[in-house]
Design a protein around this ligand. Sequence first.
Ligand SMILES: Cc1cc2nc3c(=O)[nH]c(=O)nc-3n(C[C@H](O)[C@H](O)[C@H](O)COP(=O)(O)OP(=O)(O)OC[C@H]3O[C@@H](n4cnc5c(N)ncnc54)[C@H](O)[C@@H]3O)c2cc1C
Length: 373
Amino acid sequence: MLNDEERQLQQLARTFTQREIMPQAAELDRSKAFPQAIYDQALALGLLNLTVPEAYGGAGLGCLALTLVTEELCRGCVGVGATLSINSLAADAIIHHGSEEQKRWVLPRLVAGELASYAATEPGGGSDVAGLQTRAARDGDDYVLSGSKTWISNANHASFFVVFARTGDGGSRGLSVFIVERGTPGLRIGEPLDKLGQRCAPTCEVFFDGCRIPASQRVGEEGQGFRIAMDAFDHSRPMVAAFGVGVHARCLEESLAYAQTRVTMGQPIIRHQLVAAKLAEMSTSLEAARLLAYRAAWLIDHGQRNTLAASQAKLFAAESVMAAATEAVQIFGGMGYSTEYPVEKLFRDAKVLQIYEGTSEIQKLVIARELQR
Ligand SMILES: Cc1cc2nc3c(=O)[nH]c(=O)nc-3n(C[C@H](O)[C@H](O)[C@H](O)COP(=O)(O)OP(=O)(O)OC[C@H]3O[C@@H](n4cnc5c(N)ncnc54)[C@H](O)[C@@H]3O)c2cc1C
């Protein structure tokens, strides 16, 4: 199914993960340190900013390439994998909807190693994109932003923020998108939030207090923000599904190795049929999740509408990785609950897959809506 170039990229990411991410994952989880050295190495190897067109210094690859690499990185640590891949959310909004001037401003700097955050969620809610309240008031040739965002990944390291704000009255037609550069007066980044899993991937509040930016930093037309957000999900959900696939693959790997060596009642626990069944189910749902993610990515790379496929992939990956991580802890018994083994981290890391990039409930709403089209 994959071509030679895709297989080589996948192999490169696999080897990198094995050598550079896996040995550091537990310590990064404990210290909550930003994986800067890993970021720099991955950048030098050409594993980042894959979807940035060659005209702006990027690799000019598609969503499937991004999905393949992301899966491998997340097999090592989804906190690291998320940190390394999250640029693509902001970059894709600019690639697909930005002006030529905006692309020349931002994209080469991302390729050179700077970071961008995607800022939609607010303290008042993340699921209801159409209801967000951050304001962008037009003032001559400028906009003045006021409001706040929360849970913004990589915000404390980002040079750019792709910000969703309200330019018109209520509902989805009143939203617009802006690029805000770090250092703009009125922009303030909070401290990283403490969280259950993916602890080396920083997430912060972002505050806009009379933050003035030129109108030339608006992405697309005024009022197009909701459409840009929905379009961004079509590109990002296959990649986020791959976050789950990577963790799921690791759950299977760790569980299989443990079940072959742990002996109870005179035999390795994999010979007990109830344990063997867990592994059989884990491997089957892994393959299904992987194929759904690849399919959603392939569709958009081939110019086909993938909203249904992307939501199905994200939903299935999130639900199946949570189930796999729960069973992985179970297979390890008491040691599954210990920080001595990696599965408790996989369990903590998996949970947020059901929450970000659209909760599982929201994916079901999208899928049901798409079925009725
Ligand atoms: C680690 C992490 C990283 C994140 N990174 C980013 C980022 O980089 N940028 C960004 O913008 N956001 C980010 N988010 C935010 C994330 O996208 C939101 O948390 C998510 O969309 C859910 O929004 P909420 O937390 O406000 O929950 P709410 O929207 O308040 O939902 C609460 C519960 O109600 C359910 N619910 C809500 N509405 C409905 C409905 N209509 N029907 C059925 N059920 C419903 C939800 O499914 C959920 O179970 C991140 C979050 C986390 C935890």
